[in-house]
Design a protein around this ligand. Structure first.
Ligand code: ZN
Length: 301
């Protein structure tokens, strides 16, 4: 059902109200933290990281429905990462970037540019995760070397960002029980995925946009794995976000909840399976996205 252009969807006001009430009452909730009640001071990045991640957990994408988190691996890459960032920012979509040390360590112009990019990504609110020093499989090297590729990359990131990221994704998804134990001891959250368009394959790049949107809709959200080092991904992303928005407008017109692009925070669970508290700033961003979506659906459909 495609509503006529320029008309206000019937029942849209009611839907907007329902989804805002849902977001405020039933979505994973911000709990009180150590801050003074009513404090409007921003939470320091370090504290945000620790509160949300530093418990050695794992997320797969299957923890919640109607939320989608976009994640990008293997950068930062001076050509393509800025394109990806610009599209995400224009659409106000959060994302996490799992970065490889060889792109930002050292004094080469490329490394200095990589470090500059990381600082601006972090300042813009994107999550930065550890993807090892040199992108070698953790399962195919001696444990001591695998451990160093995790911890040294975290320390190098701390020099640039001012904090050690507590999100980790293993290259190729490959782990051993010893590296998993190390991540738990470090308090790193292991971030897997359940939507993988294999955007590194040439054959997939023509169908990337359609594949990702189809999977997000059929799985009702999840964690999408893509690569900000690929020109094809940077090109497809705009279309993916536009198509997802159109699909969300249609869903809402049919009385269904939208599948909202959100931060990885929404996938975190406590040990009893309940949703982990989402920091207030992150919830506010989600609420703004929802309001922007309602506006876009009214105007553009
Ligand atoms: Zn990778």
């Amino acid at each position: 059902m495609e509503p006529a252009r320029g008309t206000v969807l019937p029942g849209m006001r009611a839907l907007q109200l329902i989804s805002l009430v849902w977001l405020l009452c039933c979505a994973p909730h911000a709990e009180a933290n150590t801050r003074e009640p009513g404090s409007t001071a921003p939470i320091p990045q370090q504290e945000l990281e620790d509160m949300a991640w530093a418990r050695g957990d794992k997320v797969t994408g299957a923890e919640v429905v109607n939320y989608v988190a976009f994640t990008f691996d293997d950068g930062p890459e001076p050509e393509t990462t800025p394109q990806v960032l610009a599209i995400l920012e224009a659409h106000r979509v959060p994302a996490a970037f799992f970065v490889v040390g060889r792109h930002f360590i050292g004094d080469s112009p490329a490394a200095l540019e990589g470090a500059r990019l990381l600082r601006s990504m972090s300042a813009a609110g994107f999550l930065i995760g550890n993807h090892t020093l040199a992108h070698q499989s953790l399962a195919k090297q001696p444990f001591a070397r695998a451990a160093a590729s995790i911890t040294d990359n975290a320390l190098e990131l701390a020099k640039i960002l001012g904090y050690e990221p507590r999100l980790f994704r293993p290259p190729y998804g490959a782990m051993t029980s010893k590296t998993r134990k190390l991540l738990r001891e470090r308090g790193d959250t292991l971030v897997r995925w359940n939507i993988d368009p294999k955007d590194f394959r040439k054959a997939r790049q023509n169908t990337l946009q359609a594949y990702v949107v189809k999977k997000i809709l059929s799985k009702k959200g999840g964690i999408v794995l893509m690569h900000d080092t690929k020109a094809a991904t940077a090109h497809a992303l705009e279309g993916i976000l536009n198509d997802l928005q159109s699909a969300n407008c249609q869903r809402m017109a049919r009385g269904l909840p939208p599948i909202l692009p959100v931060s990885l925070h929404y996938f975190m669970q406590e040990q009893d399976g309940s949703a982990r508290a989402v920091p207030p700033e992150v919830m506010k961003t989600t609420q703004n996205s929802l309001e922007a979506l309602h506006k876009a659906c009214q105007i553009d459909n």
